[in-house]
Design a protein around this ligand. Structure first.
Ligand SMILES: CC(C)(COP(=O)(O)OP(=O)(O)OC[C@H]1O[C@@H](n2cnc3c(N)ncnc32)[C@H](O)[C@@H]1OP(=O)(O)O)[C@@H](O)C(=O)NCCC(=O)NCCS
Length: 188
């Protein structure tokens, strides 16, 4: 069974109508496009010679995660003028406790940023985690130097726990891309 639903219709900072919806199988191509854009951005930032393309395994993971084959994962999409321009994926943290949900990935296509779209996705994801996945805690790992993302997480109530994941190989502008752990308790 495939999930399909609009969960919010709102306005972007520029006044245009924005729809946040749960991803369907037909959205896979758009999701892959968004992820490729992010990887292209990383290759440019890190001066890597080529873009790391999505593998068959990764594509299969996405296909499963947006169908009911994996009821513990949700991909939320943000749509502007019929175009899907961002995604946020959450999943239940199976190795910790049943009541914890992890933010697995978040992207807004470059040209659509600073319009409040990531904030909209995040607020919808927090409601989805609480009401649909019955989570009590949401956690994520953010690259220290990714200040836009860290600012967003702080502004919706995430707090740093002090735990740091040292990077073995990933970089951010040539520096080790260490990750900070952030959590948000969902109120009853
Ligand atoms: C991080 C990201 C998702 C933000 O998307 P966005 O749609 O531009 O974010 P929003 O417009 O909703 O902004 C929400 C908040 O994020 C922070 N933020 C966003 N852009 C910012 C900027 N240019 N400078 C500083 N803070 C910024 C602010 O706190 C902002 O709140 P405000 O507008 O009230 O000041 C986007 O930059 C992105 O896709 N980056 C690449 C992928 C990525 O880094 N993902 C996160 C992985 S942990």
């Amino acid at each position: 069974m495939i999930r399909s639903s609009t969960i919010e219709i709102s306005r972007a900072k520029n006044g245009r109508e924005v729809i946040v919806k749960i991803a369907e199988e037909k959205d896979l191509k758009d999701i892959f496009k968004i992820i490729r854009e992010r990887r292209k951005e990383r290759a440019e930032r890190e001066r890597e010679p080529k873009i790391q393309e999505l593998t068959a395994e990764e594509k299969a993971w996405w296909a499963v995660s947006i169908t009911n084959s994996d009821p513990d994962t949700r991909t939320l999409l943000v749509q502007l003028n019929q175009n899907i321009v961002g995604q946020l994926t959450i999943g239940r943290h199976k190795s910790v406790t049943d009541n914890t949900v992890v933010v697995l990935s978040l992207d807004v296509i470059r040209t659509y940023r600073s319009n409040g779209l990531a904030r909209m996705l995040m607020n919808c994801a927090l409601s989805e985690a609480k009401d649909s996945l019955n989570a009590e805690l949401v956690e994520l790992w953010a690259i220290v130097q990714n200040t836009h993302a860290v600012n967003l997480y702080r502004s919706v109530g995430f707090q740093q726990t002090g735990e740091i994941l040292r990077s073995k190989d990933k970089t951010w502008c040539g520096q080790p891309a260490d990750r900070i752990h952030m959590i948000k308790h969902l109120q009853g």
